[in-house]
Design a protein around this ligand. Sequence first.
Ligand SMILES: C[S@@+](CC[C@H](N)C(=O)[O-])C[C@H]1O[C@@H](n2cnc3c(N)ncnc32)[C@H](O)[C@@H]1O
Length: 296
Amino acid sequence: MKKKSTCYYIGDKTSAKDIYGEGLFPDLEDLFNCWTNSPKLSIKNTDYLPVYAEVLGKLRGTACTIIEVGVLDGGSLFMWRSWLGEKARIIGVDLNPQANQWKDHGFEIFIGDQSDPKFWAGVYRDVRDFDAVIDDGGHESFQQIVTVLMALHFASKKSVILIEDTQTSLMKSFSSHGEYSFLQYAKDASDILNARHKAERDGEFPGPVNKKALKIFQNVNSIQFYAGIVCFKVDPTLINRGYSIRNIASEAENKDFRHHGYRAAMVNWPLAFEEKEVCVAGKSQEDIIKMLSDKG
Ligand SMILES: C[S@@+](CC[C@H](N)C(=O)[O-])C[C@H]1O[C@@H](n2cnc3c(N)ncnc32)[C@H](O)[C@@H]1O
């Protein structure tokens, strides 16, 4: 691989095995080959293809619908089609009307601004059901957030929303969001999934639950953080989330030892750009254990 500016160029002879070594699996190998052989330019990060292969692999060969924000030279549209198969409905979204050229190659194209909710309402009026939304558009936090919110609002079946290049939340050139970055939004949204459990544990949580936020994320099963990608897994068909349930066996027979171990842990808190050792305390701070991983 040759390096030019911040980007490595993959030569003809670079194989998926060269990049992914033992981590290679069949969906990933195929995706890598479809990306390498796409007739048009596409720039990706080596971290992304394994995520796409893992999350979207089950759509291959099906009559799925995917929406990709960010078309540019069309490289990823061709990659998706050759990897997902001819039955897939592949829809590109871009602000640049030049993207319309890809209609001649069998792709559906919508021209508009991903940060405009009215634009999305029009897209989803036409598209109805989708299996995946993949955002490789402008990478500004507000654009990513609006894209997630509108996809969540219109999701009508099990689907995934993948936001690419989330490292922009940490980058100076994308910092106009201040404290309200996309990554912070996604991390806070992950707390909302846990706040669902408040319903039956009143008094335990800091205050009344934010019902508006709970409603927005009511169909989200999980929020997965990958290197450079956040994935929201959505399932509008699931009901009764957040309740404890117990099976039909008799009462517990054994003593619960949960308070018999160490009472605290000293850890390096995982701040991305600062080292900070903290004590994470249990109900009392006796018997602090220093994590072995912190020693080296
Ligand atoms: C990184 S490129 C997409 C590359 C493509 N996905 C690939 O891998 O080959 C980003 C694209 O997003 C588009 N874009 C930027 N801001 C946008 C916005 N607000 N709404 C829609 N598209 C936008 C740009 O016009 C550009 O074509």
